[in-house]
Write a protein that binds this ligand. Structure first.
Ligand code: NAP
Length: 461
């Protein structure tokens, strides 16, 4: 069964149970899509419109009447009209008195009006019970049934009974109501659809900044330096070699940055002797975007895998292999197998494969559909214990790759370390401090603090 049909089924419960009549003001895109879904879910729908002419876009079983006439037929009226037209509702105040008005509107930009649209509606019609809902669901998703990403409907309002009535409709449509409290929350709810990946901003900017830095660092050391001092033109390194250096470095650093705020939090809690004091804002924000940092790290790791797999296809790699063979032929000498190198290269690959496997596992468990099916302990086990194991394996992968070579003077061009050495600073620091933190003499008080014990209760005030 395809995705669309399964969604449609989930959103179309038993139609034999006839439900109450709901009125929708406005026969625009959203009004029509919502009306269509409501009819599928067993509701009778009556539209309040400026024109009572039935067009073939309007759901077949719906009635279209004038606004006042339509409002009289239902206790709940959904206002599927842009906020700037709300003034036309004022003359209808009497007929709308005591009715539940559902404000579904959105704005074009943040802080467009001083108060939320729902509060504005409540001020225009003080005798009605205004509830905010449905604004985060798109007309297209309602109509096509592709509601996987936006099954949650945020609901807020001052009248508890009115809010319950709206939440019942939300459930009947196969969606999940999320109670956001009083109408004061409407501003926040109206801002949701205007936000563009708010949790992704910091991870994306950080990744772009670090990627640019490491890219130019490699260009300087691997292309410019080689050109100046060895008279070799390796500018083609820009296409694969350098990206394949930057990607693993970024993956490792970002993975370490996922665990670094937890280390800071532990140190702060140990220092303060309490968990009842807020972390600094920067740490709170950092903790909230750990999942995004981890997913970007996974993307870099996946690119590294793909770049590595294409290596044998590269003409540079084939040329280098051929050159090695020819030099052995010319010297009439077969190089013996270097067992140390064979061990190092196999261990390096094995560590990378295992690290990447755990990395993928972490990414999969962060998907809502998977994380919703594991309990808190299982989630923590995967994200914390297996996450640290992934960090250990990936750090070891880089260390084994570098091996003795990191210490060789030729690895320092212009006295600058290779980027692999730079990439090890944060992960090694995280692992060393974590290792110290798990010592029983430190772990015990930290666990007690996290269970609510306070060394000096004055800090909790
Ligand atoms: P739309 O297609 O422009 O339809 C709005 C409807 O409002 C019109 O079809 C018209 O209905 C009515 N209308 C227009 N001018 C009016 C006036 N001067 N006086 C009275 N009624 C008037 O807009 P929409 O996309 O359906 O959006 C409606 C509301 O839903 C908006 O507040 C929007 O922010 C919100 N919303 C939309 C979506 C979406 O995906 N489209 C998603 C979430 C929320 P009649 O011709 O029948 O009178």
């Amino acid at each position: 069964m395809n995705k669309k049909s399964s969604n449609t089924m989930a959103l179309a419960p038993n139609t034999s149970n006839k439900r109450e009549t709901v009125c929708i003001f406005g026969t625009g895109d959203f009004g029509r899509a919502l009306g269509h879904k409501m009819i599928q879910s067993g509701y009778s729908v009556v539209y309040g419109s400026r024109s009572t002419q039935i067009s073939n876009l309007i759901p077949k079983d719906a009635e279209v009447l004038g606004h006042a006439e339509a409002a009289q037929k239902a206790a709940i009226i959904i206002i599927a009209i842009q906020r700037q037209h709300y003034n036309f509702l004022t003359p209808l105040a009497e007929v709308l008195h005591g009715k539940v008005l559902v404000d579904i509107s959105n704005n074009l930009k943040l802080k467009q009006y001083p108060e939320s649209n729902a509060e504005h509606l409540a001020q225009l019609l003080p005798g009605s019970k205004v509830v905010k809902a449905f604004n985060t669901v798109s007309a297209w998703a309602l109509q096509s049934g592709t509601l996987d990403a936006s099954r949650q409907v945020f609901v807020c309002g001052d009248d508890v009974e009115a809010k319950q009535m709206v939440m019942n409709i939300v459930r009947a449509l196969g969606l999940t109501p999320v109670d956001k409290g009083s109408l004061l929350a409407a501003q926040e709810v109206e801002n949701y659809p205007l936000q563009l990946f708010p949790m992704w901003k910091f991870p994306i900017f950080l990744s772009l900044g670090l990627t640019a830095f490491f890219f130019f660092y490699c260009v300087a050391l691997d292309i410019i330096y080689t050109y100046i001092y060895e008279n070799n033109n390796f500018s083609f390194f820009i296409a694969i070699t350098i990206p394949n250096r930057v990607c693993p470095v970024m993956a490792l650093i970002l993975l370490a940055l996922v665990y670094l705020p937890g280390i800071f939090a532990a140190i702060i809690q140990l220092y303060r002797g309490t968990k009842y004091r807020r972390f600094p804002d920067w740490l709170d924000k950092w903790m909230l975007c750990r999942k995004q940092l981890g997913l970007i790290a996974l993307a870099f790791a996946s690119l590294h895998v793909v770049f590595t797999l294409v290596t044998p296809m590269r003409s540079f790699a084939r040329w280098r292999t051929g050159k090695g063979i020819i030099s052995q032929v010319l010297n009439n000498k077969t190089e013996p197998l270097d067992h140390t190198n064979a061990w190092l290269s196999d261990s390096y690959l094995a560590l990378g494969i295992l690290g990447f496997f755990l990395f993928v596992l972490l990414g999969i468990t962060s998907l809502p559909s998977v994380s919703n099916n594991v309990n808190w302990r299982e989630f923590r086990f995967v994200q914390s214990k297996l996450g640290y194991l992934a960090l250990i394996l990936c750090t070891a992968h880089t260390l084994v790759y570098g091996g003795k070579w990191f210490l060789s003077p030729s690895a320092y061009k212009w006295y600058l370390p290779n980027i692999y050495i730079l990439s090890l600073i944060v992960p090694c620091a995280v692992l060393v401090v974590k290792f110290v933190l798990i010592f029983p003499c430190i772990d015990k008080p930290l666990t007690q603090i996290r269970q609510g014990w306070e060394r000096n209760p004055k800090y909790s005030k």
